[in-house]
Design a binder for this molecule. Structure first.
Ligand code: NAD
Ligand code: DAU
Length: 346
């Protein structure tokens, strides 16, 4: 393996993977291929912009001609796909782009890989494809029961990956990661959203009763798991990647407020997300046993350093929280906040 195409590499997790791989493997060239949607940000790649083994190409994974051109130009011999519409709330408001990128785009990558004989394709999926689980932990062999348009589009993409392995013998691997947090995350997801809002003493809209459970995974751990599966995973296999740290949303919110020294009175209970999954939980048994990977960071240390990063890097997020971001904020939160209950209220 020499030239790795990282689709969606200007986003949150993709850029963490690129920063890691560029520094660790000078013998590989990392070519980022990214549409630069609202979530794509070249600032995320500033730390590697002058590295001799990094390139950037702008393009859409659903555009077959563009994907083929870049694969031929760089003699790509591995694709790692992070590109996706990734936010559940946006998928509820407007599912179209999710179908196009998360299903059609994945199909295009697979088909170009098949046509050009690209030896390896790793696809980054999510624990949301399983749906919600009241008790216990999802295993890789469990059925997929996605509940949001986002989760359903990710499940659709994964099914194409499976079909291309079984039908055409493509060397594919898939990871299903849990809720990821860290620096450079677009401030629509709960952690960076609440951190940056709390810094400005603004209200934090907690959906429903705030008792939903997510499993929290630090972004560097997620990037490392993808590296390990890309290099050592068995073709055709799927690997769960969990943080092994479950928390209720209210607990995450309290941790953020306490770390920032902000009052709990910033919390507002607002109308719930439609179809809101109650709990995500998955077991790491397979990836631990077969590949020896396990999370290296504790939630407390990693979340504290993440909060410090947002405090120290206002240049990164303040310019995002303008324009399109504010329009989305208004659509998503204005009415909910107007009808909200304050934490501790009746
Ligand atoms: P993100 O939204 O921060 O980044 C997505 C990136 O993909 C952006 O750079 C965007 O410009 C690019 N992109 C979108 N559509 C594209 C297209 N059609 N062609 C090319 N590029 C396109 O997402 P993220 O949080 O970094 O997630 C990365 C991947 O990991 C996604 O596939 C997501 O489903 C998965 N995942 C995310 C999490 C999480 O908690 N964030 C957890 C598990 C899995
Ligand atoms: O589990 C992996 C998934 O995690 C990824 O596949 C997705 O790309 C990623 O967005 C994330 O999905 P979630 O929906 O779990 O993440 P989000 O940050 O949007 O929400 C986390 C929890 O917090 C969820 O229960 C909804 C709740 N929430 C979220 C926001 C933005 C709130 O209560 N208020 C909010 O304002």
């Amino acid at each position: 393996m020499k030239n790795i195409l990282v689709t969606g590499g200007a986003g949150f997790i993709g850029s963490a993977f690129v920063r890691r791989m560029v520094a660790k493997y000078p013998q590989y060239t990392l070519i980022v291929f990214d549409k630069l949607t609202y979530a794509g940000n070249l600032d995320n790649l500033l730390p590697v912009k002058d590295a001799p083994n990094y390139r950037f190409e702008r393009g859409d994974i659903a555009d077959r001609a563009a994907v083929q051109r870049v694969c031929e130009q760089y003699a790509i011999d591995a694709i790692v796909n992070f590109a996706a519409e990734s936010h559940v709330d946006r998928s509820i408001l407007e599912p179209d782009a999710f179908i196009n990128t998360d299903i059609v785009g994945v199909y295009v990558l697979l088909d170009v890989a098949r046509q050009l004989g690209i030896p390896r394709l790793h696809h980054v999926s999510t624990d949301e494809v399983y749906g919600s689980i009241e008790e216990g932990f999802f295993r890789e062999t469990d059925p997929l029961q996605p509940n949001s348009p986002y989760a359903a589009s990710k499940a659709g993409g994964e099914m194409m990956v499976r079909a291309y392995h079984v039908t055409y013998g493509l060397h594919t691997t898939v990871t299903r990661g849990s809720n990821t947090f860290g620096p450079y995350q677009y401030p629509e997801k709960i952690a960076p959203f609440f951190i940056t809002e709390a810094i400005d003493d603004r209200p934090l809209p907690l959906y429903g009763d705030g008792m939903q459970v997510r499993d929290w995974l630090y972004v560097d751990d997620h990037a490392e798991a993808i590296e390990v599966v890309l290099l050592h995973g068995t073709p055709g296999e799927v690997y769960n990647v969990g943080g092994e740290h479950e928390l209720h949303n209210i607990e995450v919110t309290r941790f953020i407020l306490e770390t920032l020294g902000k009052p709990e009175s910033l919390i507002r209970y607002v109308a719930d997300r439609p179809g809101h999954d109650r709990r995500y939980a998955l077991t790491n048994d397979k990836i631990r046993r077969e590949l020896g990977w396990e999370p290296q960071h504790t939630f407390e240390d990693a979340m504290r350093s993440t909060i410090a990063w947002y405090r120290e890097n206002e240049w990164w997020w303040r310019k995002i929280k303008t324009g399109e971001y504010l329009e989305f904020y208004k659509m998503q939160y204005a009415e909910r906040l107007a009808n909200a209950q304050q934490h501790g209220g009746a």
